[in-house]
Design a protein around this ligand. Structure first.
Ligand code: NAD
Length: 340
């Protein structure tokens, strides 16, 4: 057990926030110092209905800025709606508080630029909730890819297939601003392609349509093609309205073999001319503990973390370039220069 523990506040104790609460409680590097949710006790009622460990004894704030000024938190995990991500991240950093902010990091590229500028000015540590980077199957796939087992990679395809967001009330936060499938769910698959390749696409082309979630005002399905500087191609299919099991099936195609994997898969397969090798892995759904532990080790001991906030910012730029491409009908460039 480590002696030094970071005092965390979790902001937004909803769907994913409850998982962050559990991760902070489970982490040997962290302690839960406060929670914040505009619904206050009503958020805790819902949290408890889902069977999570009771946290009524933990200070609860309904006003985020009062939480920041309370001095209770060394770090915050922002798991409130997308539109809060930029103002909440910037406010915490400016008060000397480290941050992990959920994906999509922001709504606009300009907001990502403001966050990166604030990180530079304050010197604080900040991370993005790109949780798939902590999935055992994707880590194993990257290890195989980096070892050269598949030869030179020429294409990676990934999908984000989720039949979520059904029957949302008309005033749900997901409609304000309307969440584009490519940014809100597709960002996981786009981020995994970037993570696996360790590189940033220079051009992005995408098509989209909206046939399943007709109550939305934006596309619920998209196909995004990315060109990387070494000519590797990335393909990401995203659908949020589909009637099918959740999947993030991902295939890495190399000159010597192909690597097959999926989110929370129990194995990764490498197919070469000699046959198929199977590598068992131990997957857990949403490895929030791995994500919090990595954040803490980066803050406390200066260890590298794969979810530095710049990664969330770049992934969002790629998503937004894809969304622009759907409108322009032309390839678009992610505006990395905005990030400084
Ligand atoms: N990493 C992942 O896999 C993953 C999965 C789901 C959601 N998310 C992200 O987490 C965020 C929340 O999504 P969710 O599905 O948990 O939503 P949710 O609606 O289930 O929970 C959001 C919570 O935030 C609270 N809230 C709303 N406005 C607030 C404010 N201004 N200040 C403080 N609290 C506020 C709500 O009362 C609610 O309890 C989104 O940005 C989403 O993209 C990430």
């Amino acid at each position: 057990m480590d002696e030094k523990k970071l005092r965390f506040a979790v902001v937004g104790v909803g769907g994913i926030g409850a998982g962050h609460v559990g991760a902070v409680i489970a982490s040997p590097y962290a302690e839960l110092a406060a929670v914040c949710d505009i619904l206050g006790d009503r958020a805790l009622d819902k949290y408890e209905e889902r069977g999570f460990v009771p946290i009524r004894h933990i200070p609860m704030f309904t006003d985020y800025y009062e939480l920041l000024d309370s001095g209770l938190a060394d770090a915050v995990i922002i798991s409130s709606p997308d539109a809060t991500h930029c103002p909440y991240t910037v406010a915490a950093l400016r008060r000397g508080i480290d941050v992990m902010c959920e994906k999509p990091l922001t709504v606009t590229d300009e907001e990502s630029a403001l966050i990166m500028e604030t990180v530079r000015k304050t010197g604080r540590k900040a991370f993005a909730g790109q949780i798939c980077r902590f999935d055992a199957a994707f880590i194993k796939a990257k290890e195989l890819l980096d070892s050269g087992a598949a030869g030179e990679v020429f294409c990676i395809e990934s999908m984000y297939r989720h039949g979520c967001h059904k029957d949302l009330p008309k005033d749900d936060w997901r409609f304000f601003p309307p969440r584009h499938a490519t940014a809100c769910g597709g960002c996981h698959a786009i981020d995994i392609v970037r993570f696996l390749l360790g590189s940033d696409p220079d051009r992005v082309f995408a098509f989209g349509n909206r046939k399943c979630r007709t109550d939305w005002s934006v596309e619920d399905c998209s196909e995004t093609v990315m060109h990387f500087p070494d000519d590797t191609i990335g393909r990401v299919f995203t659908t949020l309205g589909v009637i099918a099991d959740y999947s993030m099936e991902t295939v890495i195609y190399g000159t010597k073999g192909s690597i097959f994997t999926n989110y929370v898969a129990d194995s990764v397969k490498l197919r070469t001319e000699s046959g198929t090798e199977v590598f068992p892995v131990k997957g857990v759904t949403h490895n929030a503990v791995g994500e919090v532990d990595a954040m803490c080790r980066a803050i406390l001991y200066g260890e590298p973390a794969s979810h530095e906030i710049i990664e969330g910012a770049k992934t969002l730029l790629v998503c937004n370039a894809a969304i622009r491409s759907m409108k322009s009908g032309m390839p678009e460039k992610p505006e990395y220069e905005l990030l400084g």
